[in-house]
Every structure is written in structure tokens, then in C-alpha cells.
Design a protein around this ligand. Structure first.
Ligand SMILES: Cc1cc2nc3c(=O)[nH]c(=O)nc-3n(C[C@H](O)[C@H](O)[C@H](O)COP(=O)(O)OP(=O)(O)OC[C@H]3O[C@@H](n4cnc5c(N)ncnc54)[C@H](O)[C@@H]3O)c2cc1C
Length: 406
């Protein structure tokens, strides 16, 4: 089952249209007011990625206008080099005008559960266990696995998380973390009218295998669409208070599983201090769900984590929340990883020099470069990413060598 959608369509509209047929895409981002072309040019990840792979692993076919002005249909079978290049290709090879997206029967409702941990090793062990169940029948695995870090009390109710209140008010002090960092595992189980009788049993069976703080289970139940569109609700609230259109110095990192404990010690329990200025997501994914022929780069391990520091800069006089402070802290985190030899890869990076992009792509750079020369030789597409300087600028620039100043 699939839908053909325009590249400029928003995922929320794709969802609304497919629901008319009782169907829905399988893999999502946390926020749905993003375009299909935009997320497919990056990867498109959320808590379903461990199971279905990122959104780029759920595309059958694309129509693309290349930098040479050719309009090409591409897929695994047809123009496959262009197909793989464009997926995660940061808009460098062509403009996606149509995408054929894989669909499944749309679940009706979602059981949404949060449990807390004070031990990082128990938290990651459980997350890794849950994502290892990807090959199980649907009744024997969760459908979504995410998590977040709580370093300060305010954050238990961050903007991504209207979940705990008002029906589930939580005081961190009541959990007994002794002022330390807490970790929240967030999981969901989808269900249909036909499985309503077994959902309690299935959830209970899966929860039994986990080692969270026993008194910390928070559950809610809601329609599938409301779950998928949860961040938009928070957006409307923030917009009404003038808190949405503020600078967001976000830092998204893919961290190899083997070094996530070092990352915890150095960053969550170290650099961040006791104030984070926004949600910090952390969840693992299975690399075998990522097609290595796409343009995305991931760490070279079977399991890697997304750590997303989604912070907002507020210029309200508080030193810890200014743009400069948070940007400096981001640099400090990257330096820490570098010094500690933690081979992170940035997701949605904002590099400004070609050398940084070459380092980012590593072994994939020469292929990336060759494909650029093949599909957009004049380097006119998505120049804002600052990977390649357009030829009309490069020829008039004093430093027109292969390593452009941006
Ligand atoms: C509030 C918010 C929440 C987010 N949450 C997530 C998340 O949970 N998971 C996740 O993976 N990402 C997330 N993102 C990041 C998001 O995937 C990227 O910002 C993506 O680029 C957004 O798409 P857009 O429609 O806004 O793209 P734009 O900002 O319009 O474009 C970004 C880039 O994508 C490329 N591009 C856009 N359209 C096309 C096209 N049709 N053809 C070729 N290239 C194109 C271009 O290179 C362009 O420079 C989030 C972003 C925001 C603002």
C-alpha cells in the first residue's frame, strides 16, 4: 500500500488524506508540520525508526528535478543512483516533486506510557532491549520507543510534554532521585478496534521485562492522530505566549551505543549542569534499518542513539538561557566528544566550511562529490547548506579551490 504525495506537502496533510482510506505512513517525525521533501532530504526520524527505519527507508519511488533540469523518476530499480543520493541528500542533487510513501492500516488508538529511571545503565539496557524486538510479531513489541533526560524539575513538563499534567502531576522530588539526573522512557502501543481486548495484556507483558522505578508508570490513551500530532498542541500553546519564535540553537547527534555511557557522564551529568533550557531526547535505533546507499551518515555501529538537545534561547536576563551561552555549550559538547574520541555524527548539521562537511561525510565524501558533479554540476541547488559553492560564485572568488570558504 502506498500514496503518491507532492514534495511540498506537509506530513500532517498526508496523514489526513491517507486516513480517509483507513491508512497511514509508518515512519514519522515528532512534528508533522514539515514537508515531505524536507524530511526526506535529511532522514525523518522518531520513535518508530527502530522498527520501520527512518522515513527515507519507507519510500518506493521519487520524481526529481535534477540540477541539470532533467525530470527523472527514480527508485531501487530505475535511476537507482539518483534515488539513493537524494534520500538524505540535503537537497544537493535534485528537487523532490513526488514521493511514493509506504502505508499501513492506520491504528485507531495509542496507549502512551512513560516510566522513569535514576540509573542510566538500566535505562539504556531497557531501551536497547525494546528496539531489539523489531523482528517480533506486532503484539510482542512496542510501536514507538523514545526517551528523554530530566536534569531539572521544570523539565518534566517541557514543551514536548504536556503529558504529565494535569491528570498526571509529577513531582520529581517524590520519585526519590535525590536531586540526580532522571531518565524517562517513552513508549507506545498502537491498537485497533479488533485488538482492544488484548492491549492491556500485551502492554503488561512487555512492561514486566523492564527495570524502571516501580512507582513511576504514567499512562494515557488517545486517538492515533492526537498522538502523532502531539507537538503541534505544544506549539500552539507556546505561540500564544510568544515563546515559539525564539532562537533554537538545536544540536542533534548520533552517538554510537558503545560510548553512550561516557556521553551521559560527560554531558548529561557534566556539561549541562542543572539547567537545560529545553527537552533533551535520547533513543536508540537499529542501523540495519538504514540503507547505507542513501546519503545519510550514521555511526559505524549496529545500534546508535539520537541525542537531541532541543533548546530555546530566551533573552530574559538569565545567563543560562542566552543564545550565546547555549551555542557555547553546544561547542563544548562537541569538543568533549572529540577529546574523548566519541565518534558522533551530527544530524541536521549547520556546518559553514566544506572541510567540515568532508569530515562529516568521511568515507562517503568522494561519492557525494561525484554525484554532485553528475546531477548538479553547476552547484545551483540548496546552496544554503554551504556544502558546495555555486560555480558562478566560485569562478569569481579569489579562493576558488576545491575547499570553498563555506
Ligand atoms: C519543530 C521541528 C521539529 C522537528 N522534529 C524533527 C523530528 O522529530 N525528526 C526529524 O527527523 N527531523 C525533525 N525536524 C527537522 C526537519 O526534519 C528538517 O528541518 C527538515 O528539513 C524540515 O523540512 P522543511 O519542510 O521545514 O524543510 P525546509 O526548511 O523547507 O528545507 C530544509 C532543506 O531540505 C531540503 N529540501 C526541502 N524540500 C526539498 C525538496 N522538495 N526536494 C529536495 N530538497 C528539499 C533543502 O536542502 C532545504 O535546504 C524538526 C524541525 C522542526 C522545525
Amino acid at each position: 500500500m502506498h500514496a503518491d504525495v507532492w514534495g511540498g506537502e506537509l506530513w500532517i496533510d498526508v496523514l489526513r488524506s491517507t486516513l480517509e482510506y483507513g491508512l497511514a505512513p509508518k515512519s514519522w517525525t515528532d512534528y508533522l508540520y514539515l514537508s515531505v521533501g524536507g524530511t526526506l532530504s535529511n532522514a525523518g526520524i522518531s520513535g518508530q525508526a527502530f522498527n520501520h527505519g527512518p522515513q527515507i527507508s519507507n519510500v518506493h519511488e521519487l520524481d526529481v528535478v535534477t540540477g541539470k533540469g532533467e525530470i527523472l523518476t527514480c527508485s531501487e530499480e530505475e535511476n537507482s543512483k539518483l534515488f539513493h543520493a537524494v534520500l538524505g541528500g540535503l537537497g544537493q542533487f535534485g528537487i523532490i516533486t513526488r514521493a511514493r510513501i509506504s502505508l499501513e492500516p492506520a491504528p485507531h488508538r495509542v496507549r502512551w506510557i512513560r516510566v522513569l529511571y535514576s540509573s542510566f545503565s538500566s535505562f539504556t539496557r531497557d531501551q536497547e532491549y525494546l528496539i531489539s524486538l523489531y523482528g517480533n510479531p506486532p503484539s510482542q513489541k512496542f510501536d514507538y520507543v523514545e526517551g528523554f533526560v530530566i536534569v531539572d524539575e521544570g523539565l518534566i513538563n517541557n514543551w514536548r510534554s504536556s503529558f504529565f499534567s494535569p491528570r498526571n502531576p509529577v513531582k520529581i522530588s517524590s520519585i526519590g532521585s535525590n536531586g540526580g539526573v532522571l531518565y524517562c522512557l517513552e513508549i507506545t502501543k498502537n491498537y485497533y478496534q479488533s485488538t482492544v481486548d488484548t492491549i492491556d495484556q500485551e502492554v503488561e507483558y512487555l512492561l514486566k521485562k523492564l527495570n524502571y522505578i516501580p512507582s513511576s508508570v504514567f499512562t494515557t490513551d488517545l486517538p492515533y492522530v492526537d498522538f502523532l500530532d502531539r507537538v503541534h498542541k505544544a506549539e500552539l500553546k507556546l505561540r500564544s505566549k510568544g515563546l515559539w519564535d525564539v532562537p533554537h540553537p538545536w544540536l542533534n547527534l548520533f552517538v554510537p551505543k558503545s560510548r553512550i555511557a561516557d556521553f551521559d557522564k560527560g554531558v548529561f551529568k557534566g556539561i549541562l549542569g542543572n539547567k537545560t533550557s529545553g527537552p533533551i531526547l535520547i533513543y536508540p535505533m537499529n542501523r540495519n534499518k538504514w540503507d547505507q546507499r542513501s546519503s545519510v551518515v550514521t555511526p559505524d555501529e549496529d545500534v546508535f542513539y539520537l541525542v537531541a538537545l532541543l533548546r530555546s534561547a530566551l533573552d530574559n536576563g538569565e545567563e543560562t538561557q542566552t543564545l550565546e551561552y547555549l551555542s557555547n555549550q553546544n561547542r563544548q559538547i562537541l569538543r568533549f566528544c572529540d577529546d574523548a574520541g566519541i565518534k558522533v555524527k551530527q544530524y541536521l548539521p549547520h556546518y559553514t566550511t566544506q572541510q567540515e562537511w568532508m569530515d562529516h561525510f568521511g568515507d562517503k565524501w568522494s561519492q557525494f562529490y561525484q554525484k554532485k558533479m553528475e546531477f548538479d554540476p553547476r552547484r545551483i541547488l540548496a546552496t544554503g547548506q554551504r556544502i558546495f559553492m555555486p560555480s558562478f560564485l566560485a569562478s569569481s572568488s579569489p579562493s576558488s579551490g576545491s575547499v570553498a570558504p563555506w
